[in-house]
Write a protein that binds this ligand. Structure first.
Ligand code: GLN
Length: 533
């Protein structure tokens, strides 16, 4: 029988519930159990695909093309399992599915209600994740904060699951804040008491508390929390701030968090295979070199908008024993005619232009690419970054001065980047990009082939526009190599400039496949080139 771990949060948002859920999953996996992860987001959007990154941070894409919350990126990086469409469920998805069923007449004349129709739909999503993944344990994180109007139907569904499956098959983790009051110099438990009371009012008694505090809470605080919240002292877990999020699983391991869960599930506590993760922490905490890499984007004030990219850079750094420091460059700042690129990039040993949408900041990114190309600075372009690298090359090397993309210049005469025919008729913006895994065939004796050492690769996509093959021959003549192609649809996937020290760009998003213990090949070679190794 599948077991279920639910992770809720209280008092404030941003406590790191996603990292907590991921860490628990990692530990359970390390004990030999098959795990699967899932997140419920209480907002009405069907998925975050249409949201501004400033609101929501990065959109993470699964191999099967689901646009999801950035927490799924943490999940995949921690548990090293590919997640899918069953892994991110929003209120919007639930409501849409229930309303579609109602319109089809599936409810046979019933009055469609929050309970049981919406809650059944939610419960089915939890059970579906267990069945389709074949996991021993499904870990489900509930976004938002307990007590929010939005998340109540999810909490009610979980209460029903607890009742249906029993406490030997369900485990509730509640993450909460223990604030420190300066002056009286003490940690305060009252917000947690109140938050647990909210949860209990909805019929759920947490099995464990994860206390986010500036330092370990200690016996007295734990006893108090235990008394007021009806949680055994042994199940109150400290979660103090750490330098690096990858340390958290080890903190939990030391507090036997996984053993507490497995005991409640009546599952054997097998030997933990955790040494590889301890080695990782050891590497991360003892990096002996540093390198600065510039990330040129338009949402740089919110680092979460590029979280998978920045994590991927760090992962590659771990391999070469270097700490990657990111120089966050706002592309719009480069557009000013007085912008001094030499000054902006003076310490940067590599330049990365990530994905993006719309016309704002485009010309600044193109300037950064010119700077990287002309000064032989290692360059990695991702998605929009590839499209702009091609436009830059067309304009400045092939002298097609008005080269552009129909995304930001719909009537341009030289659309080097254009919509594919099948995208032209699309009216709905949500979920209609080219999404998820597509195959790419690599050309021998190229940087790309050298990075992957494989003929065919699968990488995840999220874009609407493509390189326009009409310009291929011309660009090739001038020295651009098209080293990765999707043969089925004849689409350009990777470009590179062999005359340059390291200049490569891809139409897909390599950042979604990087792992802390296994950097993604394009990031690997880019960071390697940037630190001169
Ligand atoms: N805006 C571009 C497109 O839709 C690139 C998208 C991206 O960078 N993810 O094709």
């Amino acid at each position: 029988m599948t077991k279920y771990v639910f992770v809720t949060g209280g008092v404030v948002s941003g406590l790191g519930k996603g990292i907590t859920a991921s860490s628990i999953a990692l530990l359970l996996k390390s004990r030999g159990y098959k795990v699967f992860m899932q997140k419920f987001d209480p907002y009405i959007n069907v998925d975050p695909g249409t949201m501004n990154p400033i609101q929501h941070g990065e959109v993470f894409v699964t191999y099967d093309g689901c646009e999801t919350d950035l927490d799924l990126g943490h999940y995949e990086r921690f548990i090293d399992e590919e997640l899918n469409f069953t892994s991110n469920i929003t209120s919007g998805k639930i409501y849409k599915s229930v309303i579609d069923k109602e319109r089809r007449g599936d409810y046979l004349g019933a009055t469609v209600q929050m309970v049981p129709h919406i809650t059944n739909e939610i419960k089915n999503k939890v059970y579906e994740a267990g069945i389709t993944s074949g996991a021993d344990i499904v870990i489900t994180e509930i976004g938002g904060t307990v007590g929010d109007l939005e998340s109540q139907s999810f909490i009610e569904a979980l209460r029903q699951i607890q009742y249906e499956k029993g406490s030997e098959n369900t485990f509730f983790v509640h993450c909460t804040l223990i604030p420190y009051i300066y002056g009286s110099n003490e940690l305060k438990t009252k917000p947690t008491q109140n938050s647990v009371r909210d949860l209990r009012n909805m019929g759920i008694r947490p099995d464990a508390l994860v206390c986010r505090a500036p330092f370990n809470t200690g016996e007295a605080i734990k006893k108090k929390l235990s008394l007021f919240c009806s949680v055994p002292v042994s199940n109150i877990i400290d979660s103090i701030d750490v330098k690096n999020i990858y340390e958290i699983p080890i903190n939990y391991y030391d507090q036997k968090f996984d053993e507490i869960i497995l005991k409640q599930f009546n599952l054997p506590i097998k030997k933990a295979n955790i040494e590889y993760w301890k080695d990782l922490i050891n590497t991360v905490n003892n990096l002996n070199d540093e390198v600065e890499i510039a990330l040129v984007g338009k949402y740089v004030e919110l680092h979460d908008a590029y979280i998978s990219v920045s994590e991927s850079l760090k992962h590659a750094g771990y391999k070469y024993n270097v700490k990657v420091n990111i120089n966050w460059v706002d592309s719009e700042d480069l557009e000013d005619s007085k912008a001094n690129l030499k000054e902006v990039f003076k310490n940067s040993k590599g330049i990365l232009v990530p994905g993006g949408f719309g016309s704002r900041g485009i010309e600044g990114k193109i300037k950064a690419i010119t700077y990287a190309r002309e000064n032989n600075i290692p360059f990695l372009g991702i998605c929009l970054g590839m499209q702009l690298a091609v436009i830059e090359f067309a304009r400045n090397v092939c002298k097609i001065e008005d080269a552009s993309s129909t995304e930001f210049s719909p009537t341009c005469k030289n659309p080097i980047i254009d919509l594919m025919a099948d995208q032209k008729s699309i009216v709905n913006m949500g979920g209609t990009l080219r999404l998820g895994n597509y195959e790419c065939t690599l050309k021998k004796n190229t940087l790309a082939y050298n990075d992957y050492k494989e003929d065919k690769i699968l990488e995840r996509h999220r874009h609407r526009y493509e390189f326009n093959n009409k310009y291929k021959e011309l660009l090739e003549k001038k020295g651009m190599v098209f080293s990765g192609i999707n043969e089925k649809a004849d689409l350009v996937e990777i470009i590179e400039l062999p005359k340059h020290k390291h200049f490569i760009a891809c139409q897909f998003h390599p950042e979604f496949k990087s792992r802390p213990t296994r950097p993604q090949p394009l990031f690997d070679s880019f960071v390697k080139a940037s630190c001169g190794k």
